[in-house]
Write a protein that binds this ligand. Sequence first.
Ligand code: ADP
Ligand code: MG
Length: 680
Amino acid sequence: MILDHPVATLKYVGHQRAARLSRLGIQTVGDLLWHFPRRYEDRRQLKDLAAVAPGEVVTVQVTIRAWEEREVRPRLRLIRALIQGRQGTGFAVWFNQPYLKRQMPPGTGVILTGKVRYRDYRPEIQVSDYEALGEGDPGLHTGRIVPFYALTAGLSQRWLRLVIHLALEAVAGDLPEVLPLSLCRRYRLIPRLQALKYIHFPPDAAGLHQARRRLKYEELLIWELGLNLHRVQQEQGRQGIAHTPANNLVNRLVDSLPFKLTSAQARALAEILADMEAPRPMARLLQGDVGSGKTVVAAAAMVKAVAGGWQAALMAPTEVLAEQHGRTLGQLLAPLRLPVVTLTGSTPRTERENILAGLASGQLPLVVGTHALIQDDVSFKSLGLVVIDEQHRFGVDQRAALQTKGECPDLLVMTATPIPRTLALAIYGDLDISVLDELPPGRQPVATYVITEKQRPRAYRLIEREIRAGHQAYVICPIIDANDGVAVEAATAMARKLQEEVFPGYPVGLVHGRLRPAEKEEVMNAFREGKIAILVATTVVEVGVDVPNATVMLIEGAERLGLAQLHQLRGRVGRGTAAAYCFLVTRGSQAARERLAILTTNRDGFAIAEADLRLRGPGEFFGTRQHGLPEFHLAQLPGDSHILEQARQDAREICRQEGPSLEYEALYQAAREKLAGLHF
Ligand code: ADP
Ligand code: MG
């Protein structure tokens, strides 16, 4: 198929230019055709030379009458043509392109685009694009809606337009339609070849719109079908575990809680329990705003596994979080007399050996841990449920590594990153989703203030008031990237300053990524026990903790963080019933302050995430550490969510059909290819 041929097989593409194209990620003719324009210029309006005004960018149709050439300064040659329109004459100028004189000898008709100035009372066009009206000229560069592409050094727009035009001609007879006719009809989508032609060389605005619609739908459908196939593949021939339908033990846990489950928790739990009972392997995402109470839901799922004689494991991204989950689960499950052990990189050797033995023999039903859980020497007798907390911090391979410790155990992943549902579908299309869209009752909204240096003393006074009332505070000096030594220094200096100058009477603690795990744990314990009044911290991760007595948080340099991240951080306070406060300190611009102000009026993580996504775009939103966000050529999220939703439904429907008809073969093929390039 021509689409798969290397670009160098095209006319005008030599080895050198092929190498340059590869810098744009273009290897094949197909890649080239899917290198869509970044923008367009409408050059359809042909002006008369006599009617152009200085400063205007115009497109005119003229005839070359004569050429002159001179050196303005060394290595800068001016090429100037006397041009004639239907009415009046003028000049056209180029620099350093003497070959134009040969290419377009006097008498040649030409369309020129460029900026106008006046010289000797006559218009002079500084040509940005031109096209000779010779026979067989495709008319690509001017006199039409003209595409502009992302380029790299050594490639020109003109050349790329021409090569793409030739590629379009080359594939014309050999471009498989991937969408079945029925879908094209249903959505009134134009054929694939036409869409490709129109996206590069739109006849008009409507044509461009149709091309976009068609190509977006195509890529989203292929993506969604790929995800579906992935899931089918995962399940194929793999009998999952049908956990016991008896819920006595789960009910005992729920009854022993000091609170009633929120209806969101109850709903999510019911979904999870039903999933676990089905023989199909569960792959479910539990998504819930910070503080929505995911831990209890996970605990109940783990209890269900244990009730049927299986083991359950929970993996968290840091030791601090693992220790915390271990402790929380231990307390929750104590009434059921279920022991919970914690395994991390700092677990002492003998304890570790005991844990490994207990997991292998099946004596230990429940384990919480870090990456330590996926070490080779960890094995389970009968691992039936895997829970992953803060799933975006793990690679998909790590998630899989824990799963392979059992025979197709059920999988529950949890995230507090409030990803808008539509986007979650795109990213985790291979997962089912349960959402906790409700906070436990009695929570006070965290009163949030955007403040500048000047207002810092007031914030400090409030912190002091809270501490005197027996509460605790966080001061966050956010780390921006993994090796941010500056933040560590800033936090260290901040801790010293707070201790020595601002709050000399109260114990100040410091935790940051450069501390050894045992040191971190020590500080966190002291904070949890109330021995530290003010905790200075660098990272989001280290404060992923539950200390309900903490009621104030002050975040330095807040403008450098995303809203969703800030919202997560702030969720560390306001976990009890006492009033809670959050100060966002910024030296940022007016715009930055306005962005932060969204947090002062909004407490819904999902709404904040949507706003953040709109303001910063998905790339920024997810940061570089979070993989899995698909790259689309054309579709943009969340803007094109409605198309995504449609494609998702269609993909499911297609997958449900018995024995795909021939009509779907090309689509399946495309989805399989897409799938092969994905990293799950
Ligand atoms: P997250 O979803 O952020 O992980 P947690 O599971 O840490 O939230 O729960 C936050 C706090 O809310 C914990 O102290 C937990 O005990 C409490 N909690 C959870 N569910 C409820 C509920 N239904 N009613 C009251 N408090 C709850
Ligand atoms: Mg949590």
